[in-house]
Design a protein around this ligand. Sequence first.
Ligand SMILES: Cc1ncc(COP(=O)(O)O)c(C=O)c1O
Length: 397
Amino acid sequence: MKIEKAERLKKLPPYLFKELDKKKADVAAKGVDIIDLGVGDPDMPTPSHIVKSLQTAATDPENQKYPSYSGMNIFKESAANWLNKRFNLDMEASSNLITLIGSKEGIAHLPLALINPGDIVLIPDPAYPVYLSATIFAGGEPYLMPLLEKNNYLPDFKKIPEDILKKTKLMFLNYPNNPTSAVADIGFFENVAAFAKKHNIIVCHDAAYTEMYFDEIIPPSFLQAKGAMDIGIEFHSLSKTYNMTGWRIGFAAGNPDLIQALGQVKSNIDSGVFDAIQCAGITALEDDQSCIEEMRFIYSERRDVLLKGLADIGLNAKKPEATFYVWIKIPDGTGAADFSSILFEKTGILSTPGNGFGKYGEGYIRMALTVGVGRFKQAIKRMEKAMPDIKKALNIS
Ligand SMILES: Cc1ncc(COP(=O)(O)O)c(C=O)c1O
């Protein structure tokens, strides 16, 4: 029998990281030493006090049963306290919080809770691909908001036509931003909240990178903006902050009706996060936070080495104030996919073509700061050496 996939799968663009994995496997099979700056997965281990906490919690039979759908109260209390302390909020665990199997899971399920076929969803471009796929799965109509360098990678709401706004139900935002590394300030979030309230739009803010900042700017929460709790839900993740990407734990916070609606979808699809992982999550959020300081130092050192090296070979990159991504402008007239592919072929350095995050990412590639300083120095040397070859292959001067 020929397996015919559902129409919703046919509507999806190819999942970017799956393509990258395939390319990587092909090149690795040829014995090339790959420097993987493609996917944003921390190279450092989960801090040992968090691992120990899981080991202990996993031996408790109480933790081996089905978890509660919306998460352990003690985890949600811990997450609420963390938010309240970090952002000066007033979150209450039972009504404003829900535990997630990683923030991706919650983000992907949210449109199923809110979107009817034909509802418009505002999606930034370039962006983390899940906003678009989740919208398509729910039968929503995506409307892309370009994130342009000249606007500091913030959307320009004035450009969205009135007839689109009338049909818009939901808007996705993400700051600090993947892939551009842009940070939004509280003034921007105040404007978002006022705009969304005026047009009856729910705001889903993806806050996966709020703790990955390097300099003076400390990223705010959207929920700090006036009126945000009337229309907003924010997604947080332990993945990058505590090097816990494989553990699958995050949480959403915000308006109680939105939390309840998301919970209703989830309770019909999944059965929550393993309690022992939630116990380890509490340890992560409540114990010594010096691991985050160390992480910031390590990433900022790598960032500086990479930026200097890129400048030396004539590539222009925005200095990231947050996230562990470097958004690099490629020479005019070159396609991002071609540049990334030729770079990989000639140097073994894997980057992500910007257009994989949407059409407005064309003209850029993204590198993740997920290898050590020594590997970055090696990468720079390889690029320096290969640049004439790369330019020749791409027909640029
Ligand atoms: C912008 C953004 N949001 C969410 C996620 C998902 O994180 P999690 O591991 O919590 O599912 C990622 C992961 O790369 C991301 O880049």
